[in-house]
Design a protein around this ligand. Structure first.
Ligand code: UFG
Length: 332
């Protein structure tokens, strides 16, 4: 299958490209390098020993995208490209809504023009808002979301559902990711956020590497076993495999929704302790007030993905912590 991967040089995109290539698919990457480094392209090739086609293009550039569709005979699309920083989305809602929604609309317009019928969308567990019950099943209530980033994901799920209704022979797959962390076992691919990180694992890595002095733990008074927030951390390689399984195993038309998580909730302190133990490096931390918009607990019921796709996360929190740190070490 020839797969167009937007944002294919980014964190989740690059790991997914490796898994697609490993399964013998042809990969066409479109990335504007806004939040990605071009070297990643050569690492994808080095890991897989396969070629990929790359276009440095912004998905919002309709004319440039049209040229790619005209040239490439795309069978299906995995759309990762987008703005993803929760905090930044609060101060830049126009940019977030414009970029995330417009890029998706352009892709669906080109799907119609070039008879491409399969689309996989990067959604997020954030669409569930503060869940009433954990583990979360796909049929759980949606929203309210607490920031423009999350709202753009929820809106896009609805937009794509409407577009599928108007194009009944299309297959739209909405993958709701939980908390992706870790990196490729080669140490060549991993998460490398710009500036001071917002997310837990990238912050831990900066503290472990002594780039930052101390991790702030946002709240220890939640109704969880140790009082800190509980999340479903999933290894990014497992997540990449989930995309390939979804693409390969969903043949019928319609809108198909899957949670991609491990089904296990770990607290912030669990992650810190595991990271310190498996890597033998200290991660000094200090308890701070709760972060606005955070919820106590969020973890997936991923049994639908197992039943329908034959997909299940296989890697442990230990693997995730080891591979995250291995990436930092290999950058030195
Ligand atoms: N945390 C800290 N200190 C930090 C950063 C995070 O204690 O410096 C805590 C948070 O309070 C939370 C946990 O670590 O309890 C995880 O926080 P992250 O920022 O890593 O992740 P979130 O669960 O807040 O958000 C992530 C993605 C979003 C996505 C959401 C889906 O960043 O894009 O999961 O549930 F929408």
């Amino acid at each position: 299958m020839k797969v167009l991967v937007t944002g294919g040089i980014g964190y989740i995109g690059s790991h997914t490209c490796v898994e697609l290539l490993n399964q013998g698919h042809e990969v066409v990457i479109v990335d504007n390098l806004y939040n990605a480094k071009i070297e990643v392209l050569s690492y994808i090739k080095k890991i897989t020993n396969k070629e990929v086609t790359f276009y440095e293009v912004d998905v919002c550039d309709y004319d440039a995208m049209k040229e790619i569709f005209a040239k490439e005979s795309i069978d299906s699309i995995i759309h990762f490209a987008g703005y993803k920083a929760v905090g930044e989305s609060v101060s830049k809602p126009v940019e977030y809504y414009t970029n995330n929604i417009y890029s998706t609309l352009i892709l669906t317009r080109l799907m119609k023009e070039y008879d491409c019928k399969k689309f996989v969308f990067s959604s997020s567990a954030t669409v569930y808002g503060d869940p009433d019950v954990v583990p979360i099943v796909e049929t759980a209530k949606l929203g309210p979301t607490t920031n423009p980033y999350g709202t753009s994901k929820l809106m896009l799920e609805k937009i794509l559902t409407d577009i599928q209704a108007a194009n009944p022979d299309w297959t739209i797959i909405l993958l709701r990711y939980f908390n992706p962390i870790g990196g490729h076992s080669s140490g060549l691919l991993g998460e490398d956020p710009k500036g001071i990180p917002n997310n837990l694992m990238p912050y831990i890595m900066k503290v472990a590497n002594k780039d930052l002095a101390c991790l702030g733990v946002f709240g220890d008074d939640y109704n969880t076993p140790d009082g800190t927030g509980v999340r479903d951390y999933i290894h990014v390689v497992d997540l990449g495999v989930g995309h390939v399984k979804a693409l390969e195993n969903i043949a019928n038309d319609g809108v198909h929704i899957y949670n991609l998580g491990t089904g296990i909730g770990y607290s912030v302190l669990d992650v810190i302790n595991t990271f310190e133990k498996v890597n033998g490096v200290p991660v000094p931390y200090k308890i701070q007030p709760r972060r606005a918009g955070d919820i106590a607990e969020c973890y997936a019921d991923s049994s639908k993905a197992l039943e329908d796709l034959g997909w299940q996360a296989t890697k442990t929190l230990e693997d995730m912590c080891k591979d995250a740190w291995n990436y930092v070490l290999s950058q030195k």
